[in-house]
Structure formats: C-alpha cells, structure tokens
Write a protein that binds this ligand. Structure first.
Ligand SMILES: Nc1ncnc2c1ncn2[C@@H]1O[C@H](COP(=O)(O)OP(=O)(O)OP(=O)(O)O)[C@@H](O)[C@H]1O
Ligand SMILES: [Mg+2]
Length: 451
C-alpha cells in the first residue's frame, strides 16, 4: 500500500533526486513536465497532492503558473507543495504565487525528509477537505448545484421530508430537477441503503403497466412464461419514484391507491396479497389539480400522494444559479471529453445565458453546454456555440439578472485590476477572502477565466 499518490509537475530540467527518493520511500509518483499533460492527467485521474518542482526561476512565469494551478484547482481540489529556490521569494510575483496558489513551499531542495513531512501534511489536509466536501455534498442534497434562495429552500424541504415516511408529490416544469430532488430525498432518508426504483409512468405501454408495477405469476397471461417481480416489490426497503404520475391510466390509479392504503400488492394472476415496505415519491410536470378537475386523475389518489408537496423552481426563478450550473456542466463535459483547451465562457456567452429564459430548465442548460463543448473551436465558449443570441442590455432583463451580472462584472474587473490576486481584489471590494471565493464560485469564475 503506497503512502500516498503525488503528482510531480517539474518545470524545466529537474534532477530526479526528489522523485527517486519519494518512489523509494513508498510514494506513488506521477510525473508531468508541461501544462497540457498536467491538464490531461487531471481531467482523467483523481489526485490529492501536487508537487511543483522549480529549479530555475529565470525561465518561470508565476502568472501563468498561477493560472495553471488555478485551472487544476477548478477541476479537482488538490493541495500543492512547491520546491523552489529561495530567490523566488525575493520577487513580488513569486511571493504572490506562494501565498495564493500553494499549500506549502520548500526551499531546501536537498532536504528530502523535510519535504516528505510537508507532503504528508498536504495529504492530511487534502483528506480532511475530501471529508468536508463529501459532507457538504450530502448536506446539499447530493450534487444539487446552486446557491439561490429558491434552491436553498428546496434543499431545506428535502431534508425535512426525508425524515418522514409519508408520500411526497414533486411538481415543477420539465427538466427542472424533479428526479434529482426525488433521489436526494431517498439519499437523505433512512432508506438510503435500500433501492431507488424510478418508473416513468408515461413510458410504459398501458397494457403492460399493471404487470410491470405489481408483477405477475407464471402463466397469468399469454407470454407470462415465468413469475416476475414487479417494480413495487423491487423497491422493497427503499423508495419507488413514480415519474409522470398523471400518465397513469385510471384503472391503475385505483390499484395504486389500494397499495398506498393497505401497503399490500397482488401480482397479476395471484390471489395472494403480500406486504411491501416502500416509500412512494411521485412527480408530475402537469398540474394535478387541473387533472383532477378534468376527471383525468383520481381525487382520492391525489390527496394520498400529496401529503408532502414540493415544487422544484424553474431555472427562470433562480437565474442566479445559471452560471454556477453552466460551470458545473462545463467541468463535467471537459472532464469526459478531454477537451482541455476550453478555458470557460466568454463575457458575451455569460450575458446571453443570463438573458435567456430557459424554457427547458436545467436539462436545456446542460444540453447547450455539452453541445458547445463539442462544437467550439475556441478556448472560450461563445453565445453561438451555445445556440444563444446576445441580448440588447438591459431592456427586458429582470432585476435579479441585472444585479447578478453587475456583481459578476464587479468581481471580474476587481480581479483583472490586481492581476488575479484574490486578496487584493477582495480588499478593493470591501469583502473577505472567503466571501470573494464564495462569489467566484457562485459566478463560475476561476482565476484561469479572468484574463
Ligand atoms: N440543481 C442541479 N444541479 C445539478 N444538476 C441538475 C440540477 N437540477 C437538475 N440537474 C440535472 O438536469 C437534468 C434534468 O433533471 P431531472 O431529470 O431531475 O429533471 P426532471 O424535472 O425530472 O425532468 P422531466 O420533467 O423532463 O422528467 C438531469 O441531468 C439532472 O441531473
Ligand atoms: Mg423526470
């Protein structure tokens, strides 16, 4: 078992003494010598600690190094330790770099043992951070990206309903994240170790849905060659997610109601009832109240299902989440496509995204970003790559969108003015470094994108 894995990024010709020492002492050493290989490797592999080796500062640009490590941090949260000559600390750019980009630095290249000690500390820090991030992701409702009030309220509700066993009815426009919310409820609940079975009621042929949900006995009908367990039984001990519940035929609505009341099911062709322990979460993008009024949905079933109603807000109602989500999908796509030369979104693309009203919600945003990653030939994604047009500002923009844009502009400008020095930019804006990092995260800004 190795002590840890360390990514050695050496600039210029470097004596192999350090890496040989680390390998001989039980570290798994990955070596890269240029920015492109660094990006490729980090897009494909998880690493916790980076070791930057600089022998000669005369050939090093600390600004571009800061961008490279900023990029690395945008993809993964790794901790960097640098081995550099003492002279690096005599230059303002070198000091800035050490303070802003590194976990620790080491100036005595011959003292391998002391360096190893620093690497251990960095590894410990990275492990601790991974635990905090893991807890945050859980607290957050599992990968639910967003900081808007609307999404925070949703996450709050999810945590509350996860503590109960009652049915939940999730409403919200198409693509807004209803299934994600259902999964988050399951994951935060005491049933998290049990199965999560998602059924799209609209996608199963009406003739099959009864046996799909409730199962059937062998010989129950022509073609039923073997006994089959239904999806409700398959979700035993876990959660059954009934998506597009409005599409459930009326006859099946009656059977489902019986199941919700009695907690028992009867397979097709069987006269035996068996008890099943399943929590039901249903979702619909159509208004079920109108469906009830129109006689298309059973009123008693509606009340049974909607004990705990939740509405996932449309993306329009949380426009301030657009950039964070766009950045999230960009990171995901770049990671899977190895299209590492894409640095981010152009200023115009950001404006176009803030202006667009997202009728297809988060799914539309995800699809547009994925397509742009495939289509673009440039380092910054343009409005055209996203299939959007640039708005005429600010007419027609909602106040929240204007505010968000102004906030993003102020942060970008402050960073540009001080050569991406986060401490100085935060000071100029009169906010703390923590707030600055939070706002950069909210707006999907990382130092590599400020140029
Ligand atoms: N807050 C979020 N953070 C990250 N990804 C999200 C978020 N909300 C939605 N998504 C992603 O957007 C896509 C659409 O979400 P989901 O399938 O949950 O929507 P839906 O409301 O069930 O859509 P539909 O009505 O079309 O079934 C999924 O890929 C999901 O992972
Ligand atoms: Mg869905």
């Amino acid at each position: 078992m190795p002590k840890g894995e360390v990514l050695c990024f050496s600039l210029g010709p470097t004596a192999t003494g350090i890496t040989d020492y680390l390998s001989a002492n039980g570290w798994l050493v990955l070596r890269v010598c240029d920015d492109l290989t660094l990006r490729r490797l980090l897009s494909a592999k998880k690493v916790q600690v980076g070791l930057l080796l600089i022998e000669d500062i005369s050939s090093v640009s600390f600004d571009s190094l800061q961008l490279s490590l900023g990029w690395a941090r945008g993809v993964q949260r790794l901790e960097w330790v640098a081995v550099l000559p003492l002279a690096a600390l005599d230059t303002p750019a070198g000091r800035e770099f050490v303070l802003n980009s590194l976990y620790d630095h080491h100036t005595d290249a011959a003292d391998f043992a002391a360096l190893e000690f620093r690497l251990f500390n960095a590894l410990r820090q990275a492990n601790l951070r991974a635990r905090v991030d893991g807890a945050e992701a859980f607290e957050n409702g599992l990968g639910m990206v967003g900081h808007s009030d609307a999404i925070l309220q949703l996450q709050n509700k999810i945590k509350k309903v996860a503590l109960t066993q009652a049915p939940v009815l999730i409403g919200g426009e198409s693509g807004s994240g209803k299934e994600l919310a259902a999964r988050a409820i399951h994951q935060c609940s005491s049933r998290a170790d049990g199965p999560f079975v998602a059924v799209n009621c609209g996608a199963i042929a009406p003739a099959l849905i009864q046996s799909e949900l409730f199962g059937h006995e062998r010989g129950a009908f022509t073609g039923a060659a073997t006994t089959k367990i239904g999806l409700i039984e398959a979700a035993s001990g876990g959660t059954l997610f009934l998506d597009e519940i409005a599409d459930l035929p009326l006859e099946l609505q009656t059977n489902l109601l019986r199941f919700l009341q009695e907690r028992t099911i009867q397979r097709v062709g069987s006269n035996k009832c068996s008890t099943v322990n399943v929590r039901v979460i249903a979702a619909s993008h159509v208004d079920l109240v109108s469906a009830v009024a129109a006689g298309r949905f059973r009123e008693d079933l509606f009340y049974r299902l909607s004990v705990l109603p939740i509405t996932v807000p449309s993306l329009r109602e949380r426009q301030s989440d657009v950039l964070g989500l766009a950045q999230h999908f960009l990171n995901e796509s770049v990671e899977s496509s190895h299209h590492v030369q894409i640095l981010g979104f152009s200023k115009h693309a950001v404006e176009a995204m803030m202006f667009h009203t997202w009728p297809g919600n988060v799914r539309e945003l995800s699809n547009r970003v994925k397509r742009a990653v495939v289509m673009t030939d440039q380092r910054l994604i343009s409005p055209e790559d996203l299939g959007l047009t640039l708005p005429v500002r600010p007419i027609g923009m909602e106040l929240e969108a204007v505010r968000t844009l102004a906030e993003r502009d102020a942060i970008t400008l402050a960073l540009v003015r001080v050569d991406s020095n986060v401490t100085h930019a935060a000071r100029a804006l009169g906010i703390s470094r923590m707030t600055m990092y939070r706002l950069m995260d909210k707006h999907g800004l990382s130092l590599r994108r400020i140029q």
